[in-house]
Design a protein around this ligand. Structure first.
Ligand SMILES: [Zn+2]
Length: 449
């Protein structure tokens, strides 16, 4: 299908600014937006355009999940590599459809089991399966005793499908080169770790400067981006100084880290990925941690610090992205839009500001050429049609029955959260062909070719 569609009677959020156009129109031809703005500004259109009256529904750009783990299979946080790769691959195909159905037309992989996301990306791009535009990362890269090295030494095999352990600048370069050969788009590095990993807590740098410099230089030389896990100010500073493109977490920042982020704000992005902490705190007792335990206290402090860090980064003009660490048992696939609620209720952004993080800024992170994230003439047609007003209640986007349709690259999708769209709900479709009085079906007309 090569669509030539005009949507009228839309409440249009273009994400160029925080305004809504009350009587908006948007014209999509092929995979490109030809017009997006007030209906009154629309000129003459060719006759071939199909007109669709949206009856006042909300139209916004597709969102970007900036820290995706599509190959995670809703396991516990220490069981990421528990699922056999064959099963993980099948589940990942489903997760990609679910992510697109949740309104995320782009995603940046922040670590995948094996190379699942590379093949997933290729299958999506060749229209074999539905899913977001995906930057694939393949496996995590980390040092011995980093957060990529979670299992004790007596446990074999060691995270074979999840992390590549590389120590020393040349081994790090080799890991990056291996990932290049495996056709990834972005390298995921661990610069520090997690309170839950005893040997790699936040603030304890698991790579030296030389190793980080080697990773980023090698990745950039080979036309790949670099994403990292960096919770502490020390890790954030290391990330900025050596040129990391996407900084995950940045929970604890000091004045020096903020200053570095500000100076580099035009080339980097930060994603707090706060869902993990929020859901860990919500479910800590089931996960084996008493509410009064030091671990829980420290995660509470981490959330508090992140609220302050996000406020300071936003004030400094640093682009802060939504998304992160969905795909665990406590943050299951499909719930990605919960992040918008955290941005509004926890980080105190307005709903429009949260949408701009999800659309304009996320789109800029995925496509430096500026073809994604806003609804403007000349850009790729990635958009959502929403039954409701996310600016009045940002939680609406968590209810996928309110997402009437998703368009990606000019292609219109519906019912993406239907787990089996091919399953016949009734036998009515069998009666679609007209029968002759004698009870015989008409023969099909010969195709005109
Ligand atoms: Zn992650």
């Amino acid at each position: 299908m090569n669509p030539n569609l005009l949507f009228t009677n839309a409440r249009l959020f273009t994400a160029v600014d925080d305004e809504v156009i009350a009587d908006g129109a948007i014209w999509v031809e092929g995979n490109t937006i030809r017009f997006a703005g007030p209906a009154g500004d629309l000129g003459e259109l060719p006759d071939a355009v199909q007109r669709v009256n949206l009856g006042g529904q909300f139209v916004m750009p597709g969102m970007t999940e900036s820290h995706a783990h599509l190959s995670y299979t809703n396991n516990g946080p220490s069981e990421l590599d528990k699922t056999p790769v064959e099963d993980a691959m099948v589940q990942t195909v489903r997760n990609a459809r679910v992510m697109l159905g949740a309104g995320f037309t782009s995603a940046i992989s922040f670590g995948s089991v094996h190379r699942i996301d590379v093949y997933l990306r290729d299958a999506i791009n060749s229209d074999q399966i539905p899913g977001p535009r995906l930057m694939a990362s393949g496996r995590d890269v980390g040092a011995t005793a980093s957060n990529a090295d979670l299992h004790p030494d007596y446990a074999k095999p060691q995270m074979e499908g999840l992390g590549m352990l590389a120590d020393g600048p040349w081994a790090v370069r080799k890991a990056v080169r291996t990932l290049r050969k495996n056709r990834v788009d972005v390298i995921k590095l661990f610069l520090d770790g997690e309170r839950l990993s005893a040997h790699a807590p936040p603030g304890e740098l698991t790579y030296t400067d030389e190793e980080v410099a080697a990773a980023v230089q090698e990745a950039h030389n080979r036309n790949m981006k670099v994403a990292c896990h960096a919770r502490s100010a020390a890790a954030v500073k290391q990330a900025v100084r050596f040129g990391v493109d996407y900084i995950g977490h940045a929970n604890f920042i000091d004045d020096e880290a903020l200053d570095l982020l500000r100076k580099n704000r035009d080339r980097l992005f930060v994603g707090p990925a706060i869902a993990w902490e929020m859901k860990f705190l919500e479910n800590c007792t089931q996960m084996g941690y008493a509410r009064t335990s030091p671990v829980v206290k420290e995660y509470e402090q981490e959330v508090e610090a992140t609220v302050a860090a996000v406020a300071r980064m936003k004030a400094a003009g640093v682009r802060v992205l939504i998304g992160g660490d969905y795909g665990l048992n406590i943050t299951p696939h499909g719930t990605y839009a919960k992040d918008l609620e955290y941005f509004v209720d926890l980080f105190n952004l307005s709903p429009a500001e949260a949408l701009l993080c999800a659309t304009r800024d996320g789109g800029a992170a995925v496509d430096a050429d500026g073809m994604l994230g806003t609804l403007e003439a000349g850009k790729y047609a990635d958009l959502l049609i929403v039954d409701g007003d996310p600016l009045a209640d940002i939680r609406i986007l968590q209810d996928q029955s309110r997402i009437t349709a998703v368009m990606k690259d000019g292609k219109l999708y519906r019912d993406l959260n239907d787990d089996n769209p091919y399953l016949a709900r009734s036998a009515d479709f069998l009666e679609a062909r007209p029968a002759t009085p004698g009870g015989q079906h008409e023969p099909y007309a010969e195709s005109a070719g």
